[in-house]
Design a protein around this ligand. Sequence first.
Ligand code: SAH
Ligand code: SF4
Length: 345
Amino acid sequence: MTSRYGATRADVDALLSEWGEPRYRADQVWDALYRQQIPLDDATALPRALRERLTDALPLALDALVEQTAHDGMTSKWLWACTRDQAQIETVLMRYPERATVCVSSQAGCAMGCTFCATGQAGFDRHLDVGEIVEQVLRAAQASPQRVSNVVFMGMGEPLANYDTTWAAVHRLHDDLGISARRITISTVGVAPAIRRLAHEDLPVTLAVSLHAPTDEERSEIVPLNRRYPIAEVLDAAAEFAAAKGRRVTFEYACIAGVNDSIGQADALGRLLDAFPGAGGSHVNLIPLNPTDGFGGHAPTPPSIQVFADRLRGHGVTATVRRNRGTDIAAACGQLRSREAMPSG
Ligand code: SAH
Ligand code: SF4
């Protein structure tokens, strides 16, 4: 059975015409789901009987297990069970005064095994389907007074390891929800061939590459995929993307005290990225490590992250330090699920 947000416009048209409904009903359904972005129950333009019939025929794909809002009231996080098999995934909503960003999962779990990542520590369950990805955005949008303007694929999973589904979801977000391609960010651990494929797609999405270390030796320790696609190959693929799309690439760097935060490593990273040939240079997003149960490391102090950032700037590389939104609700990828799984919480 197709889920509510897995159904395409053609699926909705076919269903309603099978039921003998007039054509304008399909327009109303589509308008409620994607333009108004309201739950079907609230779509009062539709007769109650039709709403009920649709609710049964196009069921939701996600059941909320936990919904938490951080103290600032502007960050919310959901732990969902997928209705078809109870696989657990997470979504984060970050609200700003005028707009909102949703961080979505692309897989239940992840097979990439990055050592510091809660999702990587738990392993891979399965790929999500298009409806499950699109529904995360719409369920979060329904909880947000601000319009969702940005979507980042930075939740659980490696989006480029679930490529066709991720790309179909990107199209739905762009074509049906009206989100601009530049405001859709795909974050990847560095699946080089898939980055090259992305470079030649029809929508200019934003690319973020999780680098985390300046040398292959250091990176392979924390990002096992580096043994398959080493830094030079990942950067070459990212440069192809930057050239094809005329976009600046963002590099993510999880700062881990004593592992990748030395001055020497800042200089090595600065030299590496200063030489990056992409359009408009490159940008580094420094993310203070969120502690996880399966990894002993911790974040450097805020002043030492600033020193690292300044050192990068000295090499002509722009750098920002990401504010850890919602650390009090374990808003880093995979952490809510791992915490729920623990009997002591
Ligand atoms: N699989 C993709 C996207 C999901 S992870 C990727 O790896 O890019 C999104 C970002 O969160 C990545 O940069 C990832 O390295 C980072 N991340 C994962 N666990 C983290 C942690 N415990 N602390 C800080 N950043 C983390
Ligand atoms: Fe997977 Fe990304 Fe976590 Fe690595 S950081 S294990 S690629 S979700």
